[in-house]
Design a binder for this molecule. Sequence first.
Ligand code: ADP
Ligand code: ZN
Ligand code: MG
Length: 492
Amino acid sequence: MEYEAVIGLETHVQLKTRTKMWCGCPNEFGAPPNTHVCPVCLGMPGILPVANEEAVRLAVLAGLLLNCEIPGRAKFDRKNYFYPDMPKNYQISQYDMPFAVNGWVEFEFEGRVRRVRLTRAHLEEDVGKSFHFEDRSGVDFNRAGVPLLEIVSEPDIESADMAFAYLNALKDILSQGGVSDCDMEKGMVRCDVNVSVRPAGSSELGEKIEIKNMNSFSGVRRALKYEIARQIRVLREGGKLTQSTRRWNEELGATEEMRTKEHAHDYRYFPDPDLQPFEPSPEWLEAIRARLVELPLRRKQRLAAQYGLPDQDARALADDPALAEYFERLARKASRPKAAANWILNNLRALMAEENERRKRAHSAAGLDEGQWTPMSLEELKFEPEAILELIELTDKGVISSRIAQEVFAEMFRSGGSPKAIVESKGLAQVSDASQIERLCEQAIAENPGPAADYRKGKKAALNFLKGQVMRLSRGKANPALVGEILEKKLR
Ligand code: ADP
Ligand code: ZN
Ligand code: MG
């Protein structure tokens, strides 16, 4: 029998706020252990949480970016549990009235636009982090109380690769939308993976297995590939699957059973008596709507349609909002937007990447921390974006050849000079003066009697060789079309 996978993801994303969810401690990664703490986030008796309004705004903003409905009333609940890294022993979360419900994420996968529906997105608090040493354990509470958005998908995902694409799309939307930095290295995105298998084409759901606490997207993909194959193998061998929780063991490359699943009601949720229910006003919502940005997929589709860009160019630009903005500034004035896209995506990106390599090397040569160097930004470019238009025009008009244009661009990048000034000062303008080119053609023919004879005998390819010689003699400046014409005439 053929089986198919059914996958639903619960993705936790740390929100980009200055302070924590219920107190004024900094929401900041990397401080020495237990330096960003206070009685509130340490869960001391008698403390009172005060909701961070920006966190609530970001939760709602995320909901809007993810096409969710924003219910007229939301509340916070206590989720009771034994949390070794959370001394309150309850987590403030949202049980039945979250900030956002019924949304979806759209993304391209295997050449099609796919949609994964979202059940809900609710706001909760992150917990501290346990460390286990040889003879003792410790807890760092810096992370405790950091605002965390949990985004729950419907079981609409069909494969490990599709889960990977979904997570990347979600990350792009939330980071471009200003909701979270989504820095994986800093653990800002974590994911619980739910997966079952069923006979292909069936509409019933199989027994769900949950893989907890994945912190890399490629890990999610590997764990799913393993787990789907394992479940199918169990069923094919006549075994039975029961709902349970497993963990991904990266060293073994396998999932291992942790426990059979506790039920939701075990958490004894109840409304947090310290926090008021929340009813967003139309004005408050309007102010959040004003923060909405264009989503990557939409931007890609628009760039392709509006400027006639090929799919691949539109996607490359859409993935980098700053670069896309830079492109559009040019494209609006360009007669050939595609040419502007080429300069940006090929030459500009290559030179910036080179510069970044240089910076990285200089940084480590100076013995500085690896991750700490700053990549080059578009604001640092020494030339005005319009200079690219000037360069395109010079090429289109035949003032310079496209090979020379590369040289001019590199010089613009280095010195910030305008293309016209560079062409003039370096004498790079294309030579279209027939008498000058004639002299060079005669020289090339005289220096290469063999190929000249070959051409006269009918070996057409020899012309290209001679053409190359003339270009070399002109240091790349001769007008290639004219060179071809004149050579042919002289060899006839
Ligand atoms: P729980 O009550 O155990 O948290 P939920 O019904 O709330 O379970 O679902 C949690 C996540 O698991 C959601 O992302 C959902 O899409 C996914 N899910 C639910 N049932 C299945 C299933 N049979 N197979 C795969 N994923 C599932
Ligand atoms: Zn605090
Ligand atoms: Mg659930």
